[in-house]
Design a protein around this ligand. Sequence first.
Ligand SMILES: Nc1ncnc2c1ncn2[C@@H]1O[C@H](COP(=O)(O)OP(=O)(O)OP(=O)(O)O)[C@@H](O)[C@H]1O
Length: 215
Amino acid sequence: MNAHLTVTDLAIRRGGIPVLEGVSFTLQPGRALVLRGPNGVGKTTLLRTLAGLQPPLAGTISMPPDAIAYSGHADGLKATLSVTENLSFWAAIYGTGGFAPVLEAMNLEALQGRLAGSLSAGQKRRLGLARLLVSGRPIWMLDEPTVSLDAASVALFAQAVRAHLAGGGAALMATHIDLGIAEAEVLDLAPFKARPSTAGGNAGGRGREFDEAFA
Ligand SMILES: Nc1ncnc2c1ncn2[C@@H]1O[C@H](COP(=O)(O)OP(=O)(O)OP(=O)(O)O)[C@@H](O)[C@H]1O
């Protein structure tokens, strides 16, 4: 499992407006990096850029091919498929094996036959996060992964992240809560806020140049 990510002098934008510039960091196997900063600073935009959903304005992103499993604000579930059908679907997509341990890891055993669309918000989130475990990908990119989770589910998730790190994986997370992961470092994005004059912006303002793969 090669989970080495290097980001050098990255500049990113959202809706045509520069958001962050000069972002550099490395993420090594076995490590977690927590993105911090006020609302709107660019945590989601940075994760989307690293996950390949939108191009950077400048800078380089270096990582092994097919390394990332991205979990954004949406859970990405197939509402009309059951919990196990969703997991089998992802296992087939990622070409990985069985998912029985994943059911246990995310406390989904009692929900196996339920349609994903009928789950509660926290249950959906647990199933959405289970996709990371099924993926077999070394670098997890997580945007507010604990939204809707109760305390017990947050603890389960933190345990899953720790196991991933112990297995040589890495995790980059935007989260406002402390997951109690000793291996985690913090990257405050506030100092990298793009200056208004930064070249490459869209003088016409947000919306004129909608550079999103998804809104
Ligand atoms: N779909 C969009 N189209 C245009 N601009 C957007 C869009 N989504 C976010 N933005 C803007 O891009 C900037 C960065 O937003 P982003 O969502 O990356 O911040 P964030 O740090 O993740 O915020 P939060 O902590 O509130 O989740 C903000 O100024 C925001 O208003």
